[in-house]
Design a protein around this ligand. Structure first.
Ligand code: FES
Length: 112
């Protein structure tokens, strides 16, 4: 059965910003992150497409210094926030794994 995770939109204090969440897949702990970027919301699994490692530098720190791209802390792959496409780095041309979600009045509701 699908599980739903709710993140209150009030958790996004600025644009851009991210909110991390945890979930289980086949009993394994994973994390994902929702982001607000230029007024739109996006949700991805927290996993680089080069190696199966998490992306964030420090907890919930996903953006590069320009605040325009998601950056992998391990080898610096850059991903477009809106599409999840890797535009530079060892996984150039690959996509972050997006997660299904809907935006309600007060929440982002993610389907796991
Ligand atoms: S693990 Fe992310 S760029 Fe290598």
């Amino acid at each position: 059965m699908d599980k739903k995770i709710k993140i209150a939109v009030s958790n996004f204090k600025k644009d851009p910003s991210t909110v991390k969440f945890k979930f289980l897949i086949n009993g394994e702990k994973r994390t994902g992150f929702a982001l607000l970027f230029e007024g739109g919301y996006y949700v991805y699994k927290n996993q680089c497409q080069h190696l199966p490692v998490e992306l964030d530098w420090e907890d919930n720190d996903f953006f590069d210094e320009t605040n325009k791209f998601i950056v992998c802390a391990t080898h610096g792959a850059l991903y477009e926030p809106q599409s999840g496409l890797c535009i530079a780095g060892p996984c150039n041309g690959e996509n972050l794994i997006s997660m299904a979600f809907e935006v309600t009045k007060n929440n982002i509701v993610i389907t796991v």
